[in-house]
Design a protein around this ligand. Structure first.
Ligand code: ADP
Ligand code: ZN
Ligand code: MG
Length: 466
């Protein structure tokens, strides 16, 4: 039995205002119902005006995916009743979406895979229902917030592939600066469709709505595949149903069956003219495109010798990618710079802001490169600079004075050899790792202020009777 998956992804665009009105679009932290106007509340007589910026951001995504942009697309009304939809319809693009085709690559299990995009269109978001023990509250702030919906072909063959595709898409969206694409905030969410085919026969698909974490996407898809396999094993048919996902209980929740499917009575939105993308406009958007993440990755691998995993980890957020580039410019070994940004600094990187200014990290790495401090000292220095906000220059000065003097190193080595007869015997019996232990003991004695390479040499020559 083969699994077939297709995704419908909603992305919240980073515009200042909503899709059809001047209300602010960054509703996330705003008090409920403070970002509304007659247009997004659907009051009689109010008319929508299309946000030019939203179109440009959607075009960026379409261009990056290699999709074919429609010169003339159209907005439609999707009619349904729900309390979070005061107009009674959603404005979307159904008959003629903004773009068709294209694809996106991602890596799964070390292999590159590519999935085709079916179409991409603009639409407005609905409001939010907040369920409380006293009843349900409505917040209309999200009404009319611009979304781009990306629909894939049913090209995925496992839940992991769906998850890794979304990761790759998130990286792209962030680099294009079209969305923060934070799944926890609902800025990137997806509906997943899955079917299980038997003996090469396509199966009926079930849908899981509104998945908003990578883990939820993968787990819910596994659960749905399992559900279908069990039905088929019992000789039953799979019906076309829609599920929600209970993240806490890790359970599918039936939302509606095929009989309950809506008839949305789509028709062209009479209050908006068709959306015309002129060649000049498209050229302008194209000229403003940043370097794409896969281009950047290839460049880093070629010019800096990074491996794919390092490059991808640095690309997760464009702020970190820029930071890395700034650090690379200041040091002599780019690969080492990647290590510093990812491992030494990575643990402190908890917000959008870098935990340490790039020039300060450069100063630390250079001090190591030039042999002014040791690596352990440098790590301690980074930790202090980040957690205590002490300037790096002061820390470097205090840390200065690496013991590199032959006589001092020899004395250290002799002490350690005296104090650790067992390790010495081990080393002489051919266990090379005992040397590492002795170097570690000597470094401790020197409080990290010794050059570990020289120390190892001195110890080695001492142990071999030099
Ligand atoms: P519908 O008309 O029911 O909305 P679509 O053909 O528009 O279905 O596809 C909606 C989504 O379902 C797309 O993301 C598509 O890739 C996916 N999809 C289509 N057929 C299948 C299938 N057999 N199994 C899994 N996903 C599918
Ligand atoms: Zn409004
Ligand atoms: Mg559809």
């Amino acid at each position: 039995m083969e699994v077939v998956i297709g995704l419908e992804i909603h992305v919240q665009l980073l515009t200042r205002t909503k899709l059809f009105c001047p209300c602010r679009a960054d509703y996330f932290a705003a008090p409920p119902n403070t970002l509304t106007c007659p247009v997004c509340l659907g009051l009689p007589g109010a008319l929508p005006v299309l946000n030019r910026r939203a179109v440009e951001l959607a075009l960026r995504v379409a261009l990056a995916l290699g999709a074919e942009i429609q010169t003339r697309s159209q907005f439609d009304r999707k009619n349904y009743f729900y309390p979070d939809l005061p107009k009674g319809y959603q404005i979307t693009q159904r008959a003629v979406p903004l773009a068709h085709g294209g694809s996106l690559a991602f890596t799964v299990g070390g292999q590159e895979r590519r999935v085709r995009i079916r179409e991409l269109h603009l639409e407005e978001d609905a409001g939010k229902l907040i369920h409380t023990p006293q009843g349900t509250l409505i917040d209309f702030n999200r009404c009319g917030v611009p979304l781009v919906e990306i629909v894939t072909e049913p090209d995925f063959r496992s839940p992991q592939e769906a998850r890794e595709f979304l990761r790759s898409l998130r990286t792209l969206l962030r680099h294009l600066r079209v969305s923060n694409a934070d799944m926890e905030k609902g800025e990137l969410r997806c509906d997943a469709n899955i079917s299980v085919s038997q003996d090469g026969e396509a199966g009926t698909k079930t849908e899981i709505k509104n998945l908003n974490s990578f883990k939820a996407v993968e787990r819910a898809l596994w659960a749905a595949a399992e559900y279908q396999r069990e039905l088929l094993a019992r000789g039953q048919r799979v019906e076309q149903v829609t599920f929600g996902w209970d993240e806490g209980r890790e359970e599918l929740v039936l939302q509606r069956t095929k009989e309950e499917a809506h008839d949305y009575r789509y028709f062209p939105e009479p209050d908006l003219v068709p959306l015309v993308i002129t060649p000049e406009w498209l050229a302008e958007v194209r000229a403003g495109m940043p370097e794409l993440p896969w281009e950047r990755k290839a460049r880093w691998m070629r010019d800096y010798g990074l491996n794919p995993a390092e490059a991808e980890a640095l690309l997760v957020d464009p702020g970190r990618a820029e930071y890395f580039e700034a650090v690379v410019r200041g040091v002599s070994n780019p690969r080492a710079a990647a290590g510093w940004v990812l491992s030494e600094l990575g643990q402190y990187w908890t917000s959008d802001e870098p935990p340490l200014p790039a020039d300060e990290l450069v100063a630390v790495i250079r001090a190591v490169e030039e042999g002014r401090i040791t690596r352990p000292q440098a790590k301690a220095c980074v930790e202090k600079a980040v957690t205590e906000k002490t300037p790096v220059s002061a820390l470097l000065e205090a840390a200065g004075g690496v013991v590199r003097d032959e006589e001092a190193l020899r004395q250290l080595a002799e002490e350690v050899v005296q104090e650790n007869p067992q390790a010495v015997a081990d080393y002489r019996a051919g266990r090379a790792q005992a040397l590492g232990f002795l170097v570690g003991q000597a470094m401790r004695k020197a409080q990290g202020r010794a050059d570990p390479k020289r120390l190892a040499q001195v110890l080695q020559s001492l142990l071999s009777g030099g």
